[in-house]
Design a protein around this ligand. Sequence first.
Ligand SMILES: [Zn+2]
Ligand SMILES: [Zn+2]
Length: 395
Amino acid sequence: MPVEADRITGAIAAITPDIVNVRHYLHQNPELSHFEEQTSAFVAHRLADLGLDSIQTNVGGYGVVGTLRGTGTGPGQGRTIALRADMDALPIQETREVPYKSCKPGVMHACGHDGHTSTLLGTAAVLAGARDAFAGEVRFLFQPAEETVGGARRMVEEGAIEGVDAIVALHGWPGMPVGKVGVRPGPMMASSDTFDLKIIGRGAHAAQPHLGADPILAGSQLVVALQSIASREISPTDSIVVTVAQFHAGTANNIIPGSAELKGTVRCLTEAHRLEAPERLERIIGGICAAFRMEYEFKYKRGTPVTVNDVAVNALVSDVAGSVLGEENVTQLPAPSMGAEDFAMYLQKIPGAMFRLGVGDEMTPLHTPTYNFADDALPIGIEIFTRTVLKYLAE
Ligand SMILES: [Zn+2]
Ligand SMILES: [Zn+2]
């Protein structure tokens, strides 16, 4: 293994300057979810230059799937491991001054998917140059539309993980220093569903509320009552978030409106809680609306399931990260994030794991106008991805 280790280390060092440039190019040219046409073409072009065995484009939208077959011998024969990166950007105006600042007004890589895509391109380059080091197959999944949810679902529907035995992904994590990673078996990220509610009352003069039925008063009671799901229906040691994030009603100071609209999200860490959520919400909505003489229209929309890391694949990634960075730099995350990640869609079908890659202590949070993936984290991500594949297929 030491000889192999040197070869991989050398290959990563050699391509890192190019991959940093790739990251800057992608950062400068971000594309919103479902519009990743140029990014997708760029990725497919780079993969073609590496001489992969096959490259499929337009998978589940602008998704790209590259396949690389090892020429070595070993236990990997007949096995396939997939690595996944997301490619989409967010509708945010970048405010950090960097030479490669987004050239698209109002669009930026505020979730670091430029870093994820670059890391996976770098990994493909290293593994393409080391085919003889493994048997079996590596599949590189470049996924569109993670932020709006749906990219992963469509890629799965269009066969991107057919025949895949395990899948691994990473997410750059601000607040964690470069050189550290976070791992966790079991729930890693929450599910994310959304709801839309229209409360229909009866408009009136603001000075004569008794002649109408006030949907703002009913809606206000409802926002409070919905919090009893977390505080009184779910065990205090479990977690659920019910957030009303929009409440729109009314047009003037002296008019009680006829209706109010509320929209929000529900986050859970178990599928059981997630399945029960619509009934719990509607029971409270129905009760409050009846009490306040309201009609209502309620729509509950399923989004992303809980991201549940497979114990064995997580252990594999964790071992590899420990050997690359030192055990002391592999953080066993005490709790999942209540944010969501559509990588969960793959994990519903096949075992896999997502890990957090430190991008810096001082870094501003994800989805903010000054976020920027760390270039120093690129070779670390590439090395963990590469060695995870080799350990899975070569040992
Ligand atoms: Zn994001
Ligand atoms: Zn993200």
